[in-house]
Design a protein. Sequence first.
Length: 318
Amino acid sequence: MRYRFAACGGTFDRLHDGHKALLLKAFSSAERVLVGITSDGFASKKTLGRIIQPFEERKRAAAVFLSSRGLLKRASIIKISDESGPLVSSRCSCDCVVVSPETLAGARRVNAARTRKGMPRLPVVVCRLVLAADRRHISSTRVREGDCDRRGTVFSKSAKPFALNPGMRITLRRPFGRLFASAAEASGFIRRAKPTKLVLVGDSTSRVLAKMKPDVCVMDGKIMRKKVPRIRFGEKTIGVRNPAGKVTRPLLSALRNALRGGRVLVSVAGEEDLAVLPAVLFAPLGSLVVYGQPKRGLVIVAVDEAKKQQALGILRVR
């Protein structure tokens, strides 16, 4: 059945394939669509709400997508501050609501509120979920948590054990992020950034930045190839073997597990230099990964979607 005016809504943070499917379902169900996008205040209540994109950025992304499909002229995009939006107002002319299975309960609450007001219930059209590579659905929360990307690539499934080759060795000698000449400069940057998670890679880095209250430290008991006493850190230690010049499957697993816990030490028997790559890949967006650049200073990698794709590109190299 085709409706005259459908309503759909959501946070639409980091517009992903699931959002696109919902929007397309709404426009295939009705002549016009009211697209409700949550306000910054409402969105901030979600997991990692602090790093959700601002309303205007989310609205712009939705508009660009709809324009690319020739649908923008049929859309009305509004800001909503609760799950009902305008649907419980007598002035609302929507004649159906389009939801995902995740938000079906919200549609039922909206209809219950309409019934209490003496308004007719809205027919509910359910859009199928778009699944990621692990058969779980894509969500903005998973993207923010660093679990998958907007297209459903699951990082833990896509990253493979990696052995450094001569060409990649030259590439990785260049700083993977921003170089700071001193620990004081790096500390100031970290304080201002207020990262989602702070990961320190290397014994020297972990020592000089210990006061920054890192979430994860990765150490192999060596500084400049010389053995040093291991320091205590965190509530949990994950021990792993990892030879020099490699990222092994156990190291990938250790970093992923460490970033899902509290304050964790990853203690490496072998070498931890390349642990920066899985740390960037598995860390939540808005995190910082810090490592030392010999005789130059400290490199801080700001974890965003582009950096994750860069790390994944390296960890897919054969």
